[in-house]
Write a protein that binds this ligand. Structure first.
Ligand SMILES: Nc1ncnc2c1ncn2[C@@H]1O[C@H](COP(=O)(O)OP(=O)(O)OP(=O)(O)O)[C@@H](O)[C@H]1O
Ligand SMILES: [Mg+2]
Length: 266
C-alpha cells in the first residue's frame, strides 16, 4: 500500500482540492483508495466531495460508532474517512486519534492508496503522517510567501524523508511551475544539510474552473473531466502510478498538443 501525505507550508494552496481529485482519478484507474480528511478541526472534504457524513472520526474517538461506520463509500474503489471541523476534536490526544485511525485503516482490505489531506504547516499530526507515509507531496503556489514556506517544509521534512514530491498549483503555465521547482531544488541543495531529493510531480494552472467546481460542489476530475486543470491533475496521478493502472495497463501521457487544441477551442 502507498501511503501518500499531502502537505503544504502555506494554507490555501490547493491541498484538499488536489487530494480529492487524485483520490478519484486513482480510483478510476482501478486502485482501491481511501482518503482521510486529516485537517483536524478544519475538515472540508465533505464539502469538496459533496457528501453529508453521518459520523466522523470524532464519533469514533468518542466511542459512539466503529471506524467502519464512519467510512463513506464514494464509488467501488473510493472511500472517504471524514474528518471533523470544530473545537471538540482538538480536545482529543493526537496519539490516541492516530492509533484509532491506524487500527481502522488496517481493517480495510486490499487498499492500494491511502491519501492523507493534512492541514497547512508542520503540526504534530502532520509530522506523524509524514513519518509514517511512503510518499510525501508538498504543494506550493507561485507567490513568494508560499515558496518560502515550501522551502521551510522541505528543510524540515528532509530530516524524515529521502524523497519529496513537489506540486506547483495556481501556476500560470508549465514553464513557471518548472522554474519554481528548479529554484527550490537548487536552494535546497545549497542550504540544507542532507536535503531530501526533490521530485517534480506536476502542476495545475490557476483557473476559474477550479474555483467554480468548488463553488458548485462538483469534482473537477469527474464533472469537468476534459478541462485543462483536470487533465493536469490526471498527469499528477499518472506520474504517481508510473503510468500504470491497477491491472498493469499503460496509461498514455496526455500529449501537449491535445492540451494546446483544447486551449485553442476554449
Ligand atoms: N489551480 C487553481 N486555480 C484556481 N483556484 C484554485 C486552484 N486550486 C485551488 N483553488 C481554489 O482555492 C481554494 C483553496 O483550495 P483548497 O481548499 O484545496 O486549499 P488547501 O490547501 O486545502 O487549504 P487549507 O490550507 O485551508 O486546507 C478553493 O476555493 C479552490 O477552489
Ligand atoms: Mg485543505
Amino acid at each position: 500500500m502507498r501511503f501518500v501525505t499531502i502537505t503544504s507550508g502555506k494554507g490555501g494552496v490547493g491541498k484538499s482540492t488536489i487530494a480529492a481529485n487524485l483520490a478519484y482519478i486513482l480510483s478510476i484507474y482501478g486502485y482501491k483508495v481511501a482518503l482521510f480528511d486529516a485537517d483536524i478541526g478544519l475538515a472540508n472534504q465533505d464539502i469538496i466531495l459533496d457528501v453529508k457524513p453521518k459520523h466522523t472520526i470524532l464519533d469514533v474517538m468518542k466511542g459512539n460508532v466503529s471506524f467502519e461506520e464512519c467510512v463513506i463509500k464514494l464509488n467501488n474503489n473510493f472511500l472517504l474517512i471524514p474528518g471533523e471541523s470544530g473545537e471538540e476534536i482538538l480536545e482529543f490526544d493526537n496519539k490516541e486519534l492516530l492509533q484509532k485511525f491506524y487500527e481502522g485503516v488496517e481493517k480495510i482490505n486490499d487498499l492500494d492508496f491511502l491519501l492523507i489531506d493534512t492541514g497547512a504547516g508542520i503540526g504534530e499530526t502532520v509530522r506523524s503522517f509524514i513519518d509514517a507515509s511512503t510518499d510525501t507531496v508538498i504543494v506550493t503556489a507561485p507567490d513568494p510567501l508560499a515558496i518560502m514556506d515550501a522551502y521551510s517544509m522541505i528543510k524540515y521534512t528532509s530530516k524524515m524523508r529521502e524523497e519529496l514530491y513537489l506540486v506547483v498549483n495556481f501556476a500560470n503555465n508549465k514553464k513557471e511551475a518548472q522554474t519554481i521547482f528548479n529554484k527550490l531544488q537548487k536552494v535546497a541543495k545549497q542550504h540544507i544539510k542532507n536535503p531530501a531529493e526533490l521530485k517534480f510531480l506536476g502542476y495545475m494552472e490557476d483557473s476559474s474552473i477550479v474555483e467554480e467546481s468548488t463553488r458548485a460542489r462538483k469534482l473537477l476530475a469527474k464533472d469537468y473531466a476534459s478541462s485543462i486543470p483536470a487533465l493536469q491533475l490526471g498527469e499528477i496521478a499518472k506520474k504517481l502510478t508510473n503510468y500504470l493502472t491497477k491491472d498493469g495497463i499503460h496509461i498514455k501521457e496526455t500529449p501537449n498538443i491535445a492540451v494546446f487544441f483544447k486551449r485553442l477551442l476554449q
